[in-house]
Design a protein around this ligand. Sequence first.
Ligand SMILES: NC(=O)c1ccc[n+]([C@@H]2O[C@H](COP(=O)([O-])OP(=O)(O)OC[C@H]3O[C@@H](n4cnc5c(N)ncnc54)[C@H](OP(=O)(O)O)[C@@H]3O)[C@@H](O)[C@H]2O)c1
Length: 231
Amino acid sequence: MTTIGLIGAGDIGSAVARLAVEAGYDVVLSNSRGPETLADLVAELGDAARAATPAGAAAAGDLVVVTIPLGAIDQVPVEPLVGKVVIDTNNYYPQRDGEIAELEDESTTTSELLQARLPESKVVKAFNNIAYTSLPELARPPGAGDRSTLAIAGDDAEAKATVAKVLDDLGYDAYDAGPLSEGWRFQRDLPAYAGLYSADEPGIWPPQHHRTVSRELLIEQLGKAKRYRDM
Ligand SMILES: NC(=O)c1ccc[n+]([C@@H]2O[C@H](COP(=O)([O-])OP(=O)(O)OC[C@H]3O[C@@H](n4cnc5c(N)ncnc54)[C@H](OP(=O)(O)O)[C@@H]3O)[C@@H](O)[C@H]2O)c1
């Protein structure tokens, strides 16, 4: 696999793209306003990057990252993602995304919504629980003593192995938290959410100081997860 397509190139999408290019991948970026609006980012990333429409980025990617506001997932192109591994970075913020009844009543999860939109793709939840400022700062080569671990969730074992390899290339160990239905354990505001990777006082956003998160610490924090209705 050599090309990562990105649907969305904002804070977290561009942070993933930078790490991917550093790791030797080609990236194809897209956003809602059109490829020409990504000229600065493409220039910064160099020859390994180009911009396209969302459908173009979806078609070009051997693996595709969906990293847009959750409220826009109904616009994610379906057909060019058939058969592909799709990383979902999305979180649910009702003020931004509008209230989504199935998330309010916790009868589903954010990544299961994307999987429902993309029934013939293999969705893996990843990168949703680390801030865009922490992601570049905590990346480390394999075997580094202070390497951090990121949680992933997905229903397809092979797709999760593919995503774990991408995470490894980008500077992180992966911990498999289970199927997509378990992805709520690292959703917004829970102990394994982005504050875990921050060394700042609670409430400071985006984090300016960052904390290494070992596999053991991540597992411990995932174990403390409670449903919103039980909090
Ligand atoms: N920021 C973080 O630290 C962070 C960390 C982990 C996960 N997340 C989650 O990841 C997602 C993206 O977050 P972000 O902070 O990167 O958001 P952002 O900075 O607001 O960027 C959103 C990107 O999505 C694009 N976009 C919006 N609607 C689109 C559409 N219909 N088709 C294609 N592209 C579209 C935007 O393009 P235009 O600018 O052209 O509209 C922009 O490039 C959110 O669900 C967020 O909760 C964020």
